[in-house]
Design a protein around this ligand. Structure first.
Ligand SMILES: Nc1ncnc2c1ncn2[C@@H]1O[C@H](COP(=O)(O)OP(=O)(O)O)[C@@H](O)[C@H]1O
Ligand SMILES: [Mg+2]
Length: 447
């Protein structure tokens, strides 16, 4: 384990340098250093490098104990502040131990030590500009997001809003892009959008504005939500998710207003990704004889979509639907790229199995043989199969699986799938009886 003194010294030094130069902004601080200092939507100067703040920022339990043995450190019992008695010595001590990654992840120090670093070979790739570029903006911090949501939605509305909109920070997203198996078209589209975001100023200059509205189309479980989220994580952006079916909630009167507010929140959080799931809901309500308030909400939604822009507002809009056949022309026309999410072919299934199992211990593992057996299954299905195999093995106190376990789990999955389809046909016949809300699967196991 690395010694705890270096991170604490880095923290104190960063806070002191930040306080000294008013040109620094919260976006220059590493995200973990901002955490102790949020007050509402603000980070006020000067920052006080207390023991508590150091603990929160570095994760080190006893920050003062970690640095008290160094010659240049001090601790004020009364205020709890950490400080340096000899700044020069602290800087030298830090520079002797810092790694290029540490500085690349800390824009404040990357700028402060720019001249020193330029003269050291191992740091030649470190630059303030790049450190700042790759540092997560303050607007993607949980504290900022919560304060913003609180400002927009007052308390009695909050429950409804939590149903309609969900905001995640990049580090609250658990599946990274490289753990999702993509088709070539999907990779191409993602590449394009990453480039568009990178070069949005240029695109604005040349007047190219019709970009940044994607529609993900494909059956359930093919990775639409996961890819949208993973993209936010890769780009370090907040992820704002709207669940359209929640528009039917009981607080209808406020819904159109809340849709509007959701777009305002997205613009305030920008750059961000705004993900609108279940987009087919739009077409369905337009076609049917819905409540006037729902129609109003959907019209507000369409108008808001027209008015939001990646180039001007830095909001990347991603819609998703499991039922492309239900979308009307008005819905299609609002998206400039359609990204297809097909069920995975045999090669993709093998790749997904490989990725999902990479931390598991499996004897005689043959992902290709399993891929051959799982025609028609989605990525989500494959995950379920593996989960069942793992749980079955655990009931026998085993944590090492075999290929046979997986083959068995596939068979079980297919049996269950057949049952599920039978149930659905039953409930079609006797909709009122079977659809009363109980789980038909359980009856299949009754004696
Ligand atoms: N191509 C894929 N590669 C890896 N995992 C996948 C893939 N497709 C689906 N999954 C996994 O299946 C689960 C459900 O996927 P999700 O993104 O919710 O699908 P959708 O939004 O299309 O219904 C997630 O855990 C996801 O990671
Ligand atoms: Mg989804």
């Amino acid at each position: 384990m690395s010694s705890p003194d270096l991170p604490v010294v880095e923290f104190v030094l960063t806070i002191e340098v930040y306080n000294d130069r008013t040109a620094f902004e919260p976006d220059d601080l590493p995200a973990s250093y901002r955490r102790p200092y949020w007050e509402g939507r603000q980070i006020q100067r000067p920052l006080s490098p207390t023991v508590d703040a150091a603990r929160q920022a570095t994760g080190i339990e006893r920050p003062w104990e970690a640095i008290s043995g160094l010659m240049f450190t001090d601790h004020d019992d009364f205020s709890g502040s950490l400080s340096f008695t000899d700044g020069r010595m602290a800087e030298q001590w830090f520079l002797d131990r810092a790694t290029p990654t540490m500085l690349q992840d800390n824009p404040v120090l990357a700028l402060y030590f720019e001249n020193e670093l330029a003269e050291m070979d191992e740091f030649e790739d470190v630059s303030y500009e790049q450190a700042r570029e790759q540092n997560r903006p303050a607007r993607a911090d949980r504290a900022f997001i919560d304060a913003l949501l609180e400002e927009y939605f007052d308390e009695d509305e909050e429950d409804e809003m939590l149903d309609l909109v969900d905001v995640r920070t990049p580090e609250e997203i658990d599946q990274p892009l490289d753990e999702i198996v993509l088709t070539e078209q999907q990779e191409g589209e993602i590449q394009k959008i990453v480039k568009a975001i990178e070069h949005r100023e240029y695109l604005a200059q040349i007047g190219l504005r019709e970009i940044g509205k994607l529609l993900f189309v494909g059956p359930p479980g093919t990775g639409k939500t996961s890819v949208a989220r993973a993209l936010a994580s890769k780009l370090g952006l907040p992820f704002v998710e709207v669940k359209l079916s929640m528009i039917t909630s009981q607080y209808l009167g406020e819904t159109a207003k809340n849709v509007e507010k959701t777009f305002e929140v997205a613009k305030r959080l920008a750059p961000c990704i705004l993900f609108i799931d279940e987009f087919d809901f739009v077409a369905k309500t337009r076609a049917s004889d819905e409540h006037a308030a729902i129609k109003r909400a959907v019209n507000t939604l369409l108008k808001s979509i027209d008015e939001v822009s990646l180039i001007e507002d830095e909001v990347l809009l991603i819609g998703a639907t499991n039922h492309p056949d239900q979308l009307d022309a008005a819905a299609w026309r609002r998206f400039d790229e359609i990204v297809n999410f097909p069920k995975p072919d045999v090669q993709m299934r093998a790749d997904i199995l490989e990725i999902v199992t990479y931390r598991m211990d499996i004897e005689e593992f043959d992902p290709y043989a399993l891929a051959e057996l799982t025609e028609g299954l989605t990525g989500s299905d494959l995950r379920l199969v593996l989960r069942e195999a793992v749980l079955d093995a655990l009931t026998e106190e085993r944590t090492t699986l075999t290929q046979d376990d997986l083959v068995d789990a596939v068979k079980e999955f297919e049996e269950r799938d057949t049952l599920k389809n039978l149930d659905m046909m039953d409930s079609d016949n006797e909709a009122l009886v079977a659809g009363a809300g109980h789980d038909n699967h359980d009856h299949e196991h009754d004696h």
